[in-house]
Design a binder for this molecule. Structure first.
Ligand code: HEC
Length: 191
């Protein structure tokens, strides 16, 4: 979807035709003169989907100590030295260990440790979206290391556990059973 949006901005795609047929914007030019086509490298960085079951995880590996080094350099400025301090989203914290009061009790902040349902999709998110100013810039080893670091800081794995395409899908997150897989097929039929 991201790629399609860029192409529309770059030179008119399906969206322009639809606008023309409505009559409302028939005077709109065929090209708006801004944007550009996504480069092959940009598409490659975005075109990685890691599913909850681990499908799509690339080769590579990392441990918490390797991730700690990357975290210090590329993440700590925004998320705090230990993942707690901010100024942006808090990533570390297991409280409350009982119940799931988010939305009802503003004392509890959602973190990777108390709210994230799959370790695999943490890989997907970091790879796709972080660091905020340079998404897609991390190597697979860096992402595996960062995932290991955040799981270790959240007391979910040990500091020596190696995270890779085989081990990551076997990590069970504390909030795993708080979510259902979205199995809707276009309507309200979710079970
Ligand atoms: C320039 C500031 C900045 C940097 C650097 C940065 N982040 Fe973020 N991060 C953010 C912001 C802002 C959000 C919230 C984004 C949103 O809600 O869409 C976020 C969200 C996250 C989340 C999701 C939190 C949640 O519970 O939903 C994770 C995980 C995360 N960042 C990890 C990292 C890691 C790992 C790095 C280093 C590779 C990193 N971030 C670097 C600003 C930053």
């Amino acid at each position: 979807m991201l790629v399609l949006a860029l192409m529309n901005a770059g030179g008119g795609g399906a969206g322009c035709g639809r606008a023309d047929r409505s009559g409302a914007s028939s005077a709109a030019p065929a090209r708006l003169g801004f944007g550009r086509a996504a480069t092959t490298q940009e598409i490659r960085a975005w075109d990685v989907d890691v599913m909850p079951d681990g499908t799509g995880l690339p080769p590579g590996s990392g441990t918490a100590s390797q991730g700690a080094d990357v975290y210090r350099r590329k993440c700590a400025a925004c998320h705090g030295r230990t993942g707690v301090e901010g100024p942006f989203d808090r990533l570390v914290g297991r409280e409350p260990r009982q119940g799931f009061p988010f939305g009802r009790d503003p004392r509890f902040v959602k973190t990777v440790g108390n709210y994230w349902p799959y370790a695999t999709t943490l890989y997907d998110y970091l790879n796709r979206a972080m660091p905020l100013a340079a998404p897609g810039s991390l190597t697979p080893d860096e992402v595996y290391g960062l995932v290991a670091f955040l799981l270790w800081r959240n007391e979910i794995i040990t500091d020596t556990a190696v995270m890779n395409a085989q081990t990551l899908p076997r990590v069970v997150m504390p909030a795993r059973d708080r979510f259902v897989v979205d199995n809707r097929r276009g309507g309200p039929e979710i079970r």
